[in-house]
Write a protein that binds this ligand. Sequence first.
Ligand code: GDP
Ligand code: MG
Length: 174
Amino acid sequence: MTNLLDRNVVVLGGIGVGKSTAIQRFLGNEFTDRYQPTVKNTYNKKVAVGKVEYNLSIIDTAGQDETSLLDSSYVGAADVYVIAFSVTFRKSFEIAQVIRDKILDMSGTETVAMVLVGNKSDLSNERQISKSEAEKVAKSFACPYIETSAKENLNIDQVFVNSVKIANGARAGG
Ligand code: GDP
Ligand code: MG
């Protein structure tokens, strides 16, 4: 067994978009309706990407709104951000974009290593953000866009596998 490579993933996004539910799904837990909205937690999980095994440290945050100050300890610690919104709530899509702007301001860099995630894809009747609209924004951010349902456990693993790839790209300076 070779040494595991550490990667720090910080999960940001509006309150109630499904950050905690998605992380719990990734950790292999069942869907419940009971995650504490205000809690910040760190989780670890090993994940293989290609032939390399990584030790992911995943920080679940309490959630942000337009006026929240981002905790500078997140910005310092992250190799990559997962910025999540709910496809059923336009405001959360706007908040996701504001969060990226705040990271840019705080980090003083020109790019943010991130994956944009549109969760609650199972609620098709309540959708306010189309896939193509979100893809357009992701393209302008030069980041992947992944649609998930934490409830149905759809595409959750892809979010974290992609986040490792993006983190590796950022470390390589690409
Ligand atoms: P957080 O504040 O971003 O951590 O959001 P939570 O993970 O606590 O989820 C907020 C609410 O949305 C809870 O009632 C979840 O059960 C629900 N939820 C989370 N993900 C999904 C999803 O993919 N589909 C549906 N329909 N509900 C979800
Ligand atoms: Mg939460």
